[in-house]
Design a protein around this ligand. Structure first.
Ligand code: SAH
Length: 366
């Protein structure tokens, strides 16, 4: 398996070169690309438009299924969490979130995560490794196939968020390549404008992203209004403190399109970072940097054994009101999939047999 080429991670032009290496005409490469990304097939056997010999050769040299789904969990609110394994047996988690207008898929960029955010369960895994472009794209294909059926076009399009396990900006090359592959009209056709990537604050990459013409939207996890507190909650702050981070965000704002806004995510931890004073400090900090961003308030999702509780709804409301009174637009993020450990910060490869529904069942559901 290790030596097999993962075709899902090739761009269309790379697939054309690959088929030429096999002494096949260029259009075979295009056919394979469409089969992989437009029809979302994960076996070459199903690609009956290809000659039998080519299918056999592909089976020998390549794969379109480097991830396998170990378990699937269904939340009472309709969210689905997939626990997958890579070819080298590392956990990858993806969450499908149905919404009224359009559905969202939350993908992972790393197996585990090297950042030691104190409120996030994924941190406990440490970094296993960054995912490849193909592994990022395949997560989306698996979730789409399960939600709508193989080859069925999403009825109202989908949004993607890079908010699963890992730090997307530490898997920057893979992420950008995955976005290019997914944007292709001959394939999934999910354009960067439908994608939001969340970072804990890898400053050089924020600057780099701003220079990329077809870039996704950006969200920045802030979690605390002072360096003193952010150093504790998000140790990456010691490397890139708030002033540097917000300077980079200000620079990023120059690249915003009309109607586009930068988002800050603020996890709300009861009695830790949720006082009126914290709200005022946060508003002043953003205003001092003249950021026209919006803030998403995320009540902490319980994640045993982490020593935090979510702020109460009244506290969140009070916090939000202070931000609004100082001209900062703030929204409260409704938690999804908490019961199946699918919500923000709960992804830690949790295998719970009580929650498991065999994946084979999913085929019947569609
Ligand atoms: N590493 C990236 C993306 C993954 S985290 C980042 O830090 O942005 C996605 C969001 O979930 C972040 O905003 C993070 O602050 C938040 N989060 C982490 N653990 C959480 C928890 N237990 N409850 C609520 N939100 C959490």
């Amino acid at each position: 398996m290790n030596q097999l080429i993962h075709l899902t991670g090739l761009t269309q032009s790379e697939l054309i070169s690959f088929s030429e290496e096999l002494a096949e005409p260029a259009y075979r490469g295009r056919q394979v690309f469409a089969a992989l990304h437009q029809r979302r097939l994960r076996t070459f056997g199903e690609m009956t438009e290809l000659p039998k010999e080519l299918r056999a050769e592909l089976n020998e040299r390549a794969t379109a299924a480097s991830l396998s789904v170990e378990s699937r969990y269904l939340s009472d609110d309709g969210a689905r969490r997939y626990l997958m394994k890579t070819h080298d047996n590392l956990p990858v988690e993806t969450v499908f979130i149905p919404e009224d207008q359009r559905d969202t898929i939350c993908f992972s960029s790393q197996s585990g995560c090297p950042l030691q955010c104190s409120f996030c369960l994924t941190a406990q895994l440490g970094l296993l490794r960054s995912l490849s472009a193909g592994e990022i794209v395949e997560q989306i294909i698996i979730a789409l196939n399960d939600a709508y059926g193989v080859s069925v076009k999403p009825p109202h399009g989908v949004n993607l968020v890079g908010m699963g396990a890992g730090e997307p900006f530490l898997a920057f090359e893979s992420l950008m390549k995955a976005l290019r592959i997914m944007a292709a009209p001959e394939g999934l056709h999910i354009v960067p404008n439908r994608v939001t990537v969340s970072t804990a604050g890898i400053v050089p990459r924020i600057r780099e992203l701003a220079t990329i013409p077809d870039r996704p939207h950006l969200a920045v996890s802030i979690a605390a209004p002072t360096d003193e507190q952010r150093n504790v909650l998000m140790p990456i702050n010691k490397k890139w403190p708030l002033n540097e981070l917000l300077d980079a965000c200000k620079e990023f704002e120059q690249s915003l399109k009309r109607g586009e806004r930068l988002t800050f995510e603020y996890v709300m931890l009861e009695d830790v970072n949720d006082s009126d004073e914290h709200a005022r400090q946060l508003a002043n900090l953003l205003n001092r940097h003249e950021l026209r961003a919006k803030v998403n308030l995320i009540p902490h999702n319980p994640a045993d054994p982490l020593p935090y509780r979510p702020s109460s709804p009244q506290r969140v409301k009070g916090f939000r009101a202070i931000l609004e009174s100082k001209g900062i637009h703030a929204f409260v993020r409704r938690p999804r999939g908490r019961d199946i450990f699918a919500a923000c910060g709960q992804l830690a490869a949790r295998l719970d047999t009580n929650l498991t529904e065999p994946i084979s069942e999913s085929a019947r559901m569609n």
